[in-house]
Design a protein around this ligand. Sequence first.
Ligand code: ZN
Ligand code: CU
Length: 493
Amino acid sequence: MPFRCDLVIRNATVIDGSGAPRFRADVAVEGDRILALGALEGASGREELDAEGQVLAPGFIDAHTHDDRAVLCGPDCLHCKSSQGVTTVVVGNCGISLAPTRLANRPPPPLDLLGDEAWWRFGSFGEYAEALAKNPPAVNSFALCGHMSLRMEAMEGDVYRPATDAEIARMQNRLREALRQGAGGFSTGLYYPPNAQAPTEEVIAVAEVLREEGGLYVTHMRDEGDHVLDSIRETLRIGREAGGEPGPVEVVISHHKCTMSENFGRSRETLALMDALGQDQPVAFDVYPYPAGSTVLMPDKLRQDVKVQITWSVPFPEMAGRDLDDIAREWGMTRRAAAERLLPAGAITFSMDEADVQRIMAHPRSMIGSDGIPHDAKPHPRLWGTFPRVLGRYVREIGLFSLETAIHKMTGRCAQVFGIPDRGVIRPGAFADLVLLDPARVRDRATYAEPTAPSEGILRVWCNGETTYREGAAHTTAGVGRFLGNPRRPQRA
Ligand code: ZN
Ligand code: CU
């Protein structure tokens, strides 16, 4: 049957995102959807392209980002993600979301990862969604509502203590409203000083709203070092108790890792614990492919055996990209004193073991999430390199898992965990979020020294049927990303 459509991609090696083996096919796209898949001799497209030898995959879903503000800057701002094949970002992680919090003063860290008070101007999730619709970015957004953002409002900025019952009630009301206006879940960052003062019971009480409204619980856990096992138990308890009678709320452990040399190798224990507890409740985690983390600079958490590279500093912007030891030597002071002087600031910390990173990535529960921080002066290279690094270094060079498995962890698995319908998969009727890549050439080029070098081998990217990236072209971005809202799938095991 001859038919005409917008685009026909011929002779592609299709990796459909489900984890199933690759197959050869033509793919037809009409409007924002995949129309047909197979041997499409009768199809003719307004555009046709031959993808012989190239892999066609669903657009990547970045399971963990801090792009809340970057998605507001219109089509041109997320080149760092489009150039990796990303078509959807999950924002609002680690307890930090731009909505629904208005702030008059510079927020305390880590909220300031997203910017100073000028950016904190959304009184509700509805307002945030409206702003996105008015000037859409080149990627779709799935948004979480952050605990620390809720605390700032409910506790009137006095956040270095547990919340009272009245304040918890205020947070519940705001979270309920956010979930109704399109937030897809609730995130916490219990590791960070102000939120660390929130007892488990406070988090459970707020998270109970998920029971009626739907959505996941996503957490940067209280501890990723000595007490990582306790933190996993706490996280799963929050998922169980927040879900109550109808069944546990789905939990996602953010950027799973085991930090500090005395904990190297302990991913064997953490993964075994998640598998044991995960028999009775849904649990997933995201991970980025680097043995170094990055967040705000916290002088009292520094350790002599952990190398630190500065990513930004308000009083000393020229120190971005420099090693903290070198700065301290230059200033003739201790490392700790130099760190205090740089505040407010951000840093990369080399605190993990490569073997753990690989074991965590290879685990079937993992999703790939960049945790990139888009406004840092000299960001962690994960912002520009995460996805091509998994495909190049970990699939092609090291052989940690197959290309099918890697792509599943970037697409179908994420769509399934977050409950995003008709994305993360290539099949007729699904949205035309697609990435065409060269499996022999795909690789990251971003490094700690040159963190914003774009990847290689990502040939072309489509979001909702429109081209958002073309290798070698300076700007092909189209502002076609959508706010995905709260899919409200029943959060039951
Ligand atoms: Zn985090
Ligand atoms: Cu994060």
